[in-house]
Ligand binder design. Structure first.
Ligand code: SF4
Length: 347
């Protein structure tokens, strides 16, 4: 690889300056988005679960009504270095989720409604506190797929209050195309996961057989809006897509299929974070539940006595290297783990 190819901050990925997209939205487009957001809340088919419920009156699969429920709103230092910078990424962790991953690393938040409720206007005020008091580098909406209308209303309100920071949409990729269209013009950075490539794996581990197909079309739509990841000279990312893949035990072949698909179909200049922090969590490794008499337990590939025993172990270095090698072989070259000790910062 040439020296030039290792420069993540080099042109054409280096910006002189950056204005968030929501600042450039016309008042007509903003009004249209507001009314679409309210319409979706009254008949919610905004994620692939397509519950069709009126969220002012009841709740769907995601457990969340017309307000959002948040577990934490704070500067966060657990993100990629070019998102967290020196002052942190202004993260809003939403409770509830439209997926039910058996291994969810945040299951105490995502599989429940634990947290405090905020209206879109109150959420916007928190964005301003993160900006003005926290001095964070961006607003990071974590697991927003099921609260897209509320996020639209909050961003539009926050721009009137003086928000100037880029917005990160930090998603499982279990989004609908309608959601991604609604966020067009409001989001600067898409940070999508790509979790699994096979329908069978997705059905068993994510409880969403259609996940791979949904994730593919969502990521393509995100990339069409904002392109590859770009930075200002301080090393902070300002716009574009960065895809995350959490390497799973025994699933490195799916990791390979994912990075090959991304290189082939999205962009070879796509920024990719191949993550190695998997640990058994949520339902993984728990004792199997007693079944009603006469029914059979679902197939467990290893036949052991705990739930999801096939992923009840940490990943190995070989599994991570297998996926990373496959990504390099596919032509990808912008990786978080290749950024060196400076973390990509111009310091
Ligand atoms: S966002 Fe929630 S209510 Fe709406 S379709 Fe998805 S799971 Fe159902």
């Amino acid at each position: 690889m040439s020296r030039h190819r290792r420069l993540h901050l080099a042109p054409p990925f280096l910006l002189d300056d950056y204005t968030p997209r929501y600042q450039l939205l016309s008042s007509q487009s903003a009004a249209r988005k507001r009314s679409e957001a309210y319409a979706h809340l009254q008949n919610c088919n905004l994620c692939p679960r397509r519950c069709g419920v009126n969220r002012f009156e009841t709740r769907g699969y995601c457990l969340i009504g017309s307000s959002v429920s948040t577990s934490t709103v704070a500067p966060h230092f657990g993100e990629e270095p070019f998102f967290q910078g020196h002052n942190g990424s202004g993260s809003v962790f939403f409770s509830g989720c439209s997926l039910r991953c058996s291994f969810c690393q945040n299951h105490d938040i995502s599989h429940t409604r634990n947290g405090f409720d905020l209206t879109p206007e109150e959420l916007a005020e928190w964005f301003l506190k993160l900006q003005d008091v926290g001095q964070v580098h961006n607003i990071n909406l974590v697991t927003p797929e099921h609260v897209v209308p509320q996020c639209v209303l909050a961003i539009l309100h926050a721009r009137e209050l003086g928000l100037r920071l880029p917005i990160i949409y930090n998603t499982s990729s279990y989004d609908s195309l309608e959601s991604i269209a609604l966020m067009d013009g409001l989001v600067d950075i898409y940070l999508p996961d790509f979790k699994s490539f096979r329908a069978g794996t997705s059905k068993r581990l994510l409880k969403a057989e259609d996940y791979p197909e949904v994730a593919k079309e969502s990521i393509l739509a995100m990339h069409k809006q904002v392109g590859d990841l770009c930075f200002t000279g301080d090393g902070i990312a300002k716009s574009g897509v960065c895809v995350r893949h959490l390497v799973m035990p025994g699933k490195e072949d799916e990791g390979k299929m994912i990075v090959e698909w991304l290189a082939e179909n999205v962009s070879k200049d796509l920024f990719v974070n191949i993550m190695e922090q998997y640990r058994p969590a949520a339902h993984v490794g728990k004792a199997k539940r007693a079944r009603p008499e006469g029914t059979q337990a679902s197939a467990d590939p290893s036949g052991h006595g705990v739930r999801y025993s096939e992923i009840n172990r940490p990943i190995t270095g070989d599994e991570v290297e297998f996926v990373r090698s496959a990504a390099r072989a596919a032509g990808l070259w912008r990786f978080v783990d290749d950024m060196g000790g400076h973390g990509g910062f111009n310091i």
